[in-house]
Design a protein around this ligand. Structure first.
Ligand SMILES: Cc1cc2nc3c(=O)[nH]c(=O)nc-3n(C[C@H](O)[C@H](O)[C@H](O)COP(=O)(O)OP(=O)(O)OC[C@H]3O[C@@H](n4cnc5c(N)ncnc54)[C@H](O)[C@@H]3O)c2cc1C
Length: 406
């Protein structure tokens, strides 16, 4: 186990500075344009592919960093540049993690490279779990996958919604129910390969923030995929279903999915830290240079103390994110739902800090001449996706109390 330290090592510092340079020189200058266009910033993704940031190798290197800090550090820097563009760059990674976590070695080797495409022809991937009637309540998804034994194919029907990169992705990872009676224990994930008949994009959503990131419905109408597209394989699924049926028969409700969420949520917390830090830096600069009543506005404690609180919250959020990421990589049990805790605190921090930044910039803060209003719109997503703040509180309170709090 790595010795405890609060410092990044030299290699991590090098990666961080390189990412920061890309975020400052390529992402940030493009942010306002793609926010207005509300389109996927393909040229920026391509630029990221050219320098090696948009690639399986880069993502895998950060993912397998033995300190656990590779992913949170990368997320913070990219989202510091701009949340919408950064989500377009890392969205594929979120789908890839679904395959890494559940796929066989062969599936990982076959599908993850296809998710990224190559430098001259970049592709994106989508992870489709949420449905119109199943957001927080993931157990109630209605998308159904039925096995056609004669052809060794799965037939998938349903409608997914709010899918990042949904419909524009080459590879879609789709969560479907294979046994509705088992609730979330009867779910399985499937790869839907490029150009599979029956998969189409439904409505593309116009959004409040992260507008450079594509969010859409995905309609699955008699989509047929080969048996080899079931992540983890049929044998493993059958064993898992048999165990779940046995537990259901005995009335046991152990939740096995929790550890996975606890390990992935800090990454979203790190995105929120990036947005919060970006807004705080703009506000700090502005407060030192904007003069009213013959002196910089930071000379007023009312302004300076806000900045002190902003910075304190951001640093606290980062520490929670790093702790949970370190716990995940070292296999520590999340006995107080520390992953959810980090996501809750960081996302609420981003919303609060970006609102304070607008206030410090006054009229300028409210206009699109300055980036903080965009950052505030972007920050609102963090308390919603990957589990809302209320769901994080539910998970934390159930974990610390052991009670079935509703
Ligand atoms: C921009 C964007 C991108 C997204 N990307 C993806 C993606 O790539 N893939 C994907 O699968 N999904 C994605 N999502 C979906 C996202 O994960 C869901 O929106 C989220 O889980 C919340 O579900 P919901 O919207 O149905 O809200 P609901 O579950 O309907 O919740 C509505 C409100 O009720 C509260 N609430 C619900 N249940 C409880 C409870 N038990 N106790 C207290 N309060 C409760 C919630 O906290 C919330 O405030 C995305 C969403 C957005 C907006």
């Amino acid at each position: 186990m790595a010795e405890f330290t609060m410092e990044l090592n030299d290699e991590q510092k090098g990666v961080r500075d390189w990412l920061h340079g890309f975020a400052a020189d390529v992402i940030r200058p493009a942010a306002a344009e793609w926010d207005e266009r509300e389109e996927t910033p393909w040229p920026v993704i391509q630029e990221a592919a050219k320098v090696g940031i948009y690639s399986l190798d880069f993502y895998a290197q950060q993912y397998f960093d033995s300190t656990g800090l590779g992913i949170p550090m990368a997320m913070e820097e990219l989202f510091w540049g701009d949340a919408g563009i950064a989500l377009s760059i890392v969205g594929t990674g979120l789908a890839a993690v679904g395959v890494l976590a559940n796929g066989t070695e062969e599936q990982i080797g076959t599908w993850i490279p296809q998710m990224y495409g190559d430098v001259n022809d970049v592709k994106v991937a989508a992870f489709c779990s949420s449905e119109p009637d199943a957001g927080s309540d993931v157990a109630s998804i209605r998308t159904r996958a039925v096995y056609d034994e004669a052809k060794d194919e799965w037939v998938i029907n349903g409608t997914k919604t709010w899918a990042t990169n949904g419909g524009i992705a080459d590879v879609h990872v789709v969560v479907a129910s294979v046994d509705p009676e088992l609730g979330s224990k009867g779910h399985a994930s499937f790869i839907v390969p490029p150009a599979t008949p029956g998969l189409s994009q439904g409505q593309k959503f116009k959004k409040h923030g992260i507008r450079a990131s594509h969010t859409a419905e995905v309609v699955l109408d008699n989509v047929r995929v080969p048996g080899s597209c079931l992540l983890g394989g049929k044998e493993k699924l059958d064993e898992r279903l048999a165990r779940a049926r046995e537990r259901a028969r005995k009335g046991s409700v152990k939740n096995a999915a929790m550890a996975t969420f606890e390990a992935s949520r800090p990454a979203v917390g790190a995105m929120a830290v990036g947005t919060a830090r970006a807004a705080y830096e703009v506000a700090l600069d502005y407060a030192k240079t904007r003069e009213q009543f013959g002196r910089p506005i930071i000379d007023n404690q009312g302004v300076a103390f806000q900045l002190a609180d902003m910075r304190t919250r951001i640093d606290a959020a980062r520490l929670l994110v790093w702790r949970a990421s370190w716990m995940a990589v070292n296999g520590k049990p999340f006995t107080a739902a520390e992953g959810s805790m980090s996501k809750l605190f960081a996302s609420e921090t981003a919303k609060k800090v970006t609102a304070q930044a607008i206030q410090i910039l006054g009229g300028n803060g409210y206009t699109r001449e300055y980036p903080v209003e965009r950052m505030h719109r972007d920050a609102a997503i963090y308390t919603i996706f990957e589990g809302t703040s209320e769901i994080q509180r539910l998970v934390i309170s159930r974990t610390i109390s052991g009670m079935p709090i509703r």
